[in-house]
Design a protein around this ligand. Structure first.
Ligand code: 0O2
Length: 221
């Protein structure tokens, strides 16, 4: 490669990544608006924590090679939909579903895929609501629709998933059977805790527990 070619490749990669960063910003703004509105209307915050990341270049290259995808940007864009990822940690299971429904109902959002590992957990006990959504980003050159993976889960599910992730990496994927069993037990305990906390929360708020949607049933005249 000539220096000019290398510089052009670098610029193209930076632009590619930037679009995903913009996509993340759009989704984070939407979540922030829903959270602030809910806080204002109901004095209750359904979101504990939001984190986001653009996949690192190393991890992206690993995935491209693992999936046997052609190395051009168009193929990567079409086949890898978790380059931009937002993780939303909610207080309760209900909040995770409600937030997702509100996001999915927005006019400019297209839901490409949903994997409901809360209703249907992975065999190891992993629970989360995953969705790939597309959000438009408006650049000086026009509109680009950016895919963003949104993961919604409770604090208990998040606690479990981060420990399981560390264990998985420590054993390079070959987790001993005993630990697999313990992790599954821990996931069941986390689910019980979620159910118990949600019941207590509902008792505390009685029948007027804050619920989405926030909009009035009939628009004001
Ligand atoms: P990272 O570092 O979080 O990005 P695909 O993305 O389609 O190739 P898959 O498994 O079909 O792979 O997608 P899925 O099921 O939607 O899971 C994608 C992400 O969910 C993972 O991203 C993890 O963040 C999380 N996840 C899925 N299963 C588990 C699990 O068993 N334990 C934990 N701790 N997290 C899980 P990445 O790309 O693996 O990693």
């Amino acid at each position: 490669f000539t220096p000019e070619q290398l510089r052009a490749m670098r610029d193209e990669f930076q632009q590619f990544v930037l679009q995903y960063q913009f996509g993340l910003r759009e989704i984070e703004t939407k979540l922030g608006i829903l959270r602030d509105e809910f806080q204002l209307m109901h004095d209750y915050n359904p979101i504990e924590h939001v984190s986001s990341r653009v996949k690192s270049a190393d991890s992206l290259v690993d995935k491209v090679l693992r999936k046997g995808i052609a190395g051009d940007f168009a193929s990567v864009r079409a086949n890898i939909t978790d380059i931009a990822g937002v993780r939303v940690t909610c207080s309760f299971v209900k909040d995770a579903y409600r937030l997702f429904d509100l996001l999915a109902a927005q006019d400019d959002i297209t839901v490409l895929e949903v994997k409901d590992y809360i209703a249907d957990p992975k065999p190891n006990g992993y629970k989360s609501l995953h969705a790939i959504v597309e959000v438009p980003v408006f650049l000086s050159t026009g509109r680009v629709d950016v895919a963003v993976e949104v993961q919604l889960r409770t604090i208990a599910m998040d606690f479990w998933a981060s420990l399981e992730h560390k264990i998985y990496y420590k054993y390079d994927g070959a987790v001993p059977d005993g630990l697999i069993g313990e992790l599954k037990d821990a996931a069941d305990s986390a689910a019980l805790l979620d159910a118990r906390m949600e019941r207590l929360h509902e008792e505390l708020h009685g029948s007027v527990a804050p619920t989405f949607p926030l909009r009035p049933a009939t628009p004001p005249a």
